[in-house]
Design a protein around this ligand. Structure first.
Ligand code: SF4
Length: 490
């Protein structure tokens, strides 16, 4: 869509709303006026003395739509952040109103464009506000009733999680970027282990060095590790001996006496063996993920999985009897070849297993995913909506409740990913990471440490290299950076 911004330069805010309303459109900034009937937006800001007014003139599908919005004009005592926030919201509202008129419907999350919608009601509850006050703020953004209910439930869990944290605690994330094969919807950095076999040992050695370097900083600052999460990739792609070696290194180097939650992703059922589960259990891992995504063999084949639904049942059975694990199972709504009836069947089969957590994702296709390039037909937004509705009633009916959620770019229908659990089985790491409740220190390639200062409301990101080769080659520099890392306490 051709975008013309007049009286402001809030490009990012405009593009965020473009993505929310018209995910198939890409922003363009023309040097000459758009042709008659071409999809285009002119977004103008008038900074008045009393009111700042935004007007949106949108052409979409050959028709024109106009809308406006206004806010109190920023005052001299407002800082730049507050001023920008107010003006951007005004511009987004004008664009949203014109866009909703053009579409003839409103997106499920209304005018909210961020990936963390739960932060909004959490902020109200944290200040002592009531659930209905938090709900009113979401209504103001025109969030649909079911999504408001989801966000409020997750906000309550967030406040509870926050109250359980001590100021000297952090979480730890360790990334293992290998998988048995690459899923067609994957846009992570994960490498097919058969092709990347020669990288596994050098990667493990680099990771061991980084664990030692981080441990020095953790000791220096007297910090306690509250949760550990091994993700990736699929950590259980590694051999039992290598898993044991890396888990040993972590517990030798770091004081884990305050640890209340230890998670390892065993997402791919084709990586789960009794020996690996025994290695995890021996190191105190108490939570694993076995992720079917779908229980349809045809859908599994369509997404490039080299296992069947029967293999998922075998892996689950092994996991259930292989240690004292709480088990999470991930599902995805909107996969190629899936139907509403097929998704219901997947839900029924997974619920029959009674895992402690079930995470319901909505397919989000980024450019890097093979599936995004093949043009394979996918379920429509309406079908995805019906799948998520089915998940909601089935999970609630079976005694699960939502505890964390997030949104991503390019999600089918503009929906969300939701973690559901049996009461008391919330994954603290997921809440801390998603709601940015405390510092998360990340190890391994693609890891982004988030150093959070709750008192100042600031967040500093420190990123590791994205790809394994680069990570291995620059591990000396990464270790020096880790040794010197300083993070604030809550
Ligand atoms: S299991 Fe996850 S990380 Fe691995 S290839 Fe599939 S989507 Fe990517």
């Amino acid at each position: 869509m051709k975008l013309t911004l007049i009286g402001h330069n809030y490009q990012y805010a405009t593009e965020q709303m473009l993505l929310t309303l018209f995910p198939g459109e890409r922003p363009e900034y023309p040097s000459s006026p758009p042709a008659e009937g071409e999809n285009a937006l002119s977004l103008r800001l008038f900074p008045g003395n009393l009111w700042a007014t935004a007007t949106a003139k949108l052409t979409y599908g050959g028709k024109s739509y106009t809308a406006s919005a206004r806010v109190r004009a920023p005052t001299a005592d407002m800082d730049k952040v507050e001023t920008d926030r107010a003006l951007q919201r005004c511009l987004k509202n004008a664009f949203y109103r014109a866009g909703a008129a053009a579409l003839g419907r409103e997106p499920p999350w209304g005018a909210l464009t961020g990936v963390r919608p739960v932060k909004i009601p959490t902020k109200v509850l944290r200040r002592g506000g009531s659930l209905s006050q938090a709900d009113a703020v979401l209504k103001d953004y025109r969030v649909a009733p079911l999504r408001r209910k989801l966000a409020l439930a997750c906000a309550q869990r967030t406040v509870e999680a926050e109250q359980s944290l001590s100021p000297d605690e952090v979480s730890l994330y360790v990334g293992v970027p290998f998988c048995p094969t690459r899923c067609s919807y994957c846009s992570f950095i994960s490498a097919d282990v058969h092709r990347a076999l020669s990288l596994v040992e050098p990667y493990a050695q680099a990771l061991e060095r980084e664990i030692s370097a981080l441990a020095q900083a953790v000791r220096r600052q007297g910090t306690k590790v509250r949760t550990v999460y091994w993700g990736g990739g699929t950590p259980t792609t590694l051999s039992p001996a290598l898993l044991d070696r890396l888990l040993t290194r972590l517990e030798v180097e770091l004081d884990l006496s305050r640890l209340t939650e230890y998670t390892v992703e065993a997402g791919r059922p084709d990586t789960v063996t009794a020996e690996k589960l025994a290695a995890l259990a021996a190191h105190g891992v108490g939570r694993i993920s076995v992720n079917p995504q779908s229980m349809s063999d045809a859908v599994l084949k369509a997404i490039g999985r080299s296992h069947t639904a029967a293999d998922i049942l075998t892996a689950y059975d092994l996991a259930r009897h292989g240690g004292p694990f709480d088990i999470n199972m991930d599902l995805i709504a909107g996969l190629p070849g899936d139907t509403v009836a097929g998704f219901r069947s997947t839900l029924e089969q997974v619920l029959a297993l009674a895992p402690e957590n079930i995470t319901v994702h909505t397919l989000a296709l980024k450019k890097g995913a093979a599936l995004a390039q093949t043009g394979t037909p996918l379920p429509t937004g309406e079908e995805v909506s019906a799948m998520l509705d089915a998940a909601w009633s089935a999970l609630e009916g079976a005694g699960y409740r939502p505890y964390y959620l997030y949104r991503q770019k390019y999600m089918s229908g503009g929906f969300e990913n939701v973690g559901w659990c049996r009461p008391g089985k919330e994954n603290l790491y997921n809440i801390c990471m998603m709601e940015e409740l405390h510092t998360v220190l990340s190890l391994g390639c693609g890891g982004v440490s988030k150093l959070i200062d709750r008192a100042k409301g600031s967040l500093v990101r420190v990123s590791n290299p994205k790809y394994p080769q680069e990570y291995i080659q620059t591990i000396g520099h990464i270790c020096r950076q880790k040794e010197e890392l300083v993070w604030p306490t809550i």
